[in-house]
Every structure is written in structure tokens, then in C-alpha cells.
Design a protein around this ligand. Structure first.
Ligand SMILES: [Zn+2]
Length: 285
């Protein structure tokens, strides 16, 4: 499996909790997954924030990145076409090389088997799509795509003719300016994705939160929306997070929450196993 799963031992106590989570999933009518950097760490992609994070080490990108883009999109594209160096080069190579891990595949399987309605991710690495997840909402965009800032049409890099003499490239549908799909600081979340997130969260009676403490807007809202409407939250994270503490408080007020402590790949594969093998009526949770 993955590096961070090496040495992981599935205790009976954790396995029993995963079994409980599986029964919640089987009983739910509309489960949404919310994933973050912790999941992709198991594919070798360093997080941006937190210990060992790229921004922690090298400093955050400008907080007005989107405003700078709007002021001079040509300069933005020119700088993107220059060869990158240092950590940015390392990150680009890491993204190109990264492969989905056992956690990504387990989530794609859960969707295929009708246990997951949709998946919201904060990751830009395309690994959920590569693993086969179909109903995918990438709130921070996808590093392999470019997007029209007017009509939000998305294109793969190969679909767009990038002429260094004629930058920025324009949308063939509406003529708008194209930008990389990844959301810059200061840039609104693409409206189609945000609408999709609200629509699916509104229906959710169960949410699986994987590898994220869900502290950054808009992801920070989603678990609490589900809790407010009486839905269940299952957290998968090797570490206690701010979300864990919030879930403990909610549980004290009668909410159904679970925090599964372990690497996402191992825990989600085990969850998939239990969902498939749990017997009894669908509403036995
Ligand atoms: Zn357009």
C-alpha cells in the first residue's frame, strides 16, 4: 500500500468502529465525501499547509494572486511558460508522477456500488478522477485543466493552442480569457462547482471527511450543514484535528459522529470491505 500505511496495525477497536461506519453508510440515502491534502500525502504529494507543508517551508503565494492575474493576464501566462525551478519544479514533477492510492480507489468503488453520491475535494491533483470517481466537485480546481474566467468552460492542456506570441489564450466558446483551473488566492470558487457542492450537501444525510480538518472556506461549512440537519459525520484522519473536537462537541449534543484514526488508504479499503460484507437489513445502523 502507501508509505504512511506501512507499519499501520488495524486494532480490533478500530475495526469495530470501521464496521459501525459501514453500517452508517449502508443506512444513508445520500452520502457525500469531502477530501483534502491528507489523502494525497499517501500518494507522495506534500500538503501546502501544516508541518512539512510547501507554504510553511517556502512562504505562501501572494494573497492577491487573482487580482494580479486580472490586471495582467499576459504577464501571468508568460511567467507560467518560463521554466520553473526549485520547489515549484519539484511540485510539478511530483504532480505529474503521482498515482491514486488505495484510498482514492476505495472511494471510487463506493461510488460505483451506490454508497457514495458525490465527492467534494480540495485537492488539485486529479487523482480522484484518475481513480474513477465520476461525480466529482474539485473546489480548488484541477492542475491539469484550464478554465475560462467568463463561462467556466474547462479544457485540457492539449485542447488549447498556447501561442507564446499571443497571450493570454482565449476561450473558443465565448472568447473569454483562459486561466489555469486551480483557484488562486483572491479568486472566487468557480460558481458551477460551488452550486454543485451546495446541492449535494443539502441532500446529504451522511458525510465522509477524509484527510482534512475542513477549516478552509467553503469546505469548512459542509460538515456543519450536514450535522445541523441531523446527518452523520465519519472522519478519517490519522491525526486529531479541529474537526475532531467539533465532532466530539456535536456528539455530546446527540449527533452521530465517528473519528476513524488511521491512514486513509488502509481505513477506506477496510471500510469498503465492511460495506460489502455487512449483513442484515439496510436500515440496521
Ligand atoms: Zn468561455
Amino acid at each position: 500500500m502507501s508509505d504512511s500505511s506501512a507499519g499501520f496495525v488495524l486494532t480490533d477497536a478500530l475495526d469495530a468502529e470501521i464496521g459501525h461506519a459501514a453500517r452508517l453508510l449502508r443506512a444513508a440515502r445520500h452520502t457525500v465525501a469531502l477530501t483534502g491534502a491528507g489523502l494525497s500525502v499517501e500518494s507522495g504529494i506534500p500538503p501546502f499547509r501544516g508541518p512539512g507543508g510547501l507554504w510553511t517551508k517556502y512562504g505562501e503565494p501572494p494573497l492577491d494572486g487573482y487580482q494580479r492575474f486580472l490586471r495582467d493576464p499576459r504577464e501571468h501566462w508568460e511567467s507560467r511558460l518560463r521554466p520553473v525551478e526549485g520547489w515549484a519544479k519539484g511540485l510539478r514533477e511530483t504532480l505529474d508522477r503521482a498515482k491514486p492510492n488505495a484510498g482514492h480507489y476505495a472511494l471510487a468503488e463506493l461510488e460505483r456500488e451506490g454508497r457514495l453520491a458525490s465527492l467534494i475535494t480540495q485537492n488539485i491533483d486529479d487523482l480522484h478522477g484518475q481513480a474513477g470517481t465520476r461525480s466529482l466537485l474539485e473546489i480548488h480546481g484541477n492542475a491539469r485543466l484550464v478554465r475560462c474566467i467568463e463561462c467556466v468552460a474547462r479544457y485540457t492542456r492539449d485542447q488549447v493552442q498556447i501561442d507564446p506570441e499571443n497571450l493570454p489564450p482565449h476561450c473558443e466558446r465565448c472568447g473569454g480569457i483562459l486561466k489555469e483551473d486551480t483557484v488562486s488566492f483572491g479568486e472566487p470558487i468557480p460558481p458551477d462547482v460551488l452550486r454543485g457542492c451546495y446541492a449535494t450537501c443539502e441532500r446529504a444525510d451522511c458525510m465522509l471527511v477524509v484527510g482534512t480538518s475542513a477549516t478552509v472556506y467553503p469546505a469548512a461549512e459542509f460538515p456543519y450543514d450536514v450535522l445541523r440537519r441531523g446527518g452523520a459525520i465519519i472522519e478519517v484522519n490519522p491525526h486529531e484535528s479541529e474537526l475532531t473536537l467539533a465532532l466530539e462537541r456535536a456528539t455530546a449534543h446527540g449527533a452521530t459522529t465517528l473519528s476513524l484514526r488511521g491512514p486513509a488508504g488502509a481505513v477506506l479499503q477496510r471500510l469498503l470491505h465492511h460495506v460489502r460484507s455487512t449483513s442484515g437489513p439496510e436500515t440496521s445502523a
